[in-house]
Design a protein around this ligand. Structure first.
Ligand code: PLP
Length: 349
């Protein structure tokens, strides 16, 4: 079940091409001009995304980064401060867009090892009203938390962060790029994880396999305002129903099967963890990500590991450091996992 190029690509769940059913839906999608609000397929996707996340309305955006940016622009005014995890995608991996494009200050606080932000740390970092201070406006959570191991944040964590934020007059945004991985792993509805927040973004283009796009969801008046910011950042797309059609197939057919990706991640971790030269974080993978370090005692350097596995048809994301993230997805089946373990063994043992 490897990709068309025959490779087992474990760099990310973003490498997933659309399924044949998605391509058929795209070919026959009914479309209109979405900037006029006229694209029936986009409208259907947005309604379905809102229902699934326990929010009133949705807005189809080009990427997760755009969805988060538009959310921050809509919630905050220039010069205001946003409490984010120090290991969050918004803080580390969105090119500083909140500062560069929104004039917003990040107030990073350390993620706890389980990916959550401590309520005490959030509370302590909310600014008091003082002529010298920026005003804190927003708290952001990430679910699943990518860098902390692809860990799902439980319902209680989102509810208590929302209660704290609302009690202090702030809003809560959830970067739910992999919200459905979290929901499936926890055995809860995505609406339970996203409903308490004031906005949530999730990606269609990752484990759900759609080729392009994310959806930002929230109250109807918030989404109406977000539509203006989406246009401002150049995200008003026209016959976007071609893309939304794949997104609808993703929501209909790809959510429950995420459990297969999680099982494959556990299978991969179990197969790799006895090999010499690899050090794993404690515990099983919670979702579709396996993190490990290549130790100084390994037979190969991290770069050599990447090169040698490539010769076996296995693609890893080598970032030059000893830390690796390996991600399972729709185009990786249990036989591919076993082939991957065999290749690692050949390179390391
Ligand atoms: C991938 C990702 C995003 C951004 O999505 P893009 O579509 O790549 O812009 C945001 N947050 C998290 C946690 C992600 O993993």
């Amino acid at each position: 079940m490897a990709l068309a190029n025959g490779l087992i690509d474990l760099r990310s769940d973003t490498v997933t091409p659309p399924t044949p059913e998605m391509r058929r839906a795209m070919a026959r999608a009914e479309v209109g001009d979405d900037v006029f609000g006229d694209d029936p397929t986009v409208n259907r996707l947005q309604e379905r995304a809102a229902a699934l996340t326990g929010q009133e309305a949705g807005l189809f955006v080009a990427s997760g980064t755009m969805g988060n940016l538009v959310a921050l622009l809509t919630h905050c005014e220039r010069g205001q401060e946003v409490i984010v995890g120090a290991s969050s995608h918004i803080y580390l991996n969105e090119v500083g867009g909140m500062a560069a494009l929104g004039g917003l200050l990040a107030c990073p606080i350390a993620n706890q090892p389980d990916g959550t932000l401590s309520l005490e740390a959030i509370a302590e970092n909310i600014r008091s009203e003082d002529v010298h201070h920026p005003r804190t406006r927003l708290v952001c959570l990430e679910n699943t938390q990518n860098i902390c191991g692809g860990v799902p944040l439980p319902v209680d964590c989102v509810k208590s962060a929302a209660a704290l934020a609302h009690g202090r007059g702030l809003k809560l945004h959830v970067d739910g790029a992999r919200l459905f991985n979290a929901a499936v792993a926890l055995g809860v509805d995505a609406a339970e994880l996203a409903g308490p927040a004031d906005s949530v973004m999730f990606c269609l283009s990752k484990g759900l396999c759609a080729p392009v796009g994310s959806v930002l969801c929230g109250p109807a008046d918030f989404i109406a305002e977000a539509r203006r910011y989406r246009k401002q950042v150049g995200g008003g797309m026209r016959q976007a129903g071609i893309l939304a059609a794949a997104g609808l197939v993703a929501l209909d057919t790809m959510i429950e099967r995420l459990e297969d990706d999680h099982a494959n991640a556990r299978r991969l971790a179990a197969g790799l963890c006895g090999l010499p030269g690899l050090a794993f974080d404690p515990g099983e993978p919670a979702t579709n990500m396996v993190y490990f370090n290549v130790t100084a005692r390994a037979r190969v350097t991290p770069d050599e590991l990447v090169d040698r596995l490539r010769a076996h048809g296995i693609v890893l994301d080598g970032n030059g450091t000893a830390r690796f993230r390996v991600v399972t997805h729709y185009w990786v089946n249990p036989a591919d996992v076993d082939r991957t373990v065999d290749a690692f063994r050949a390179v390391l043992a």
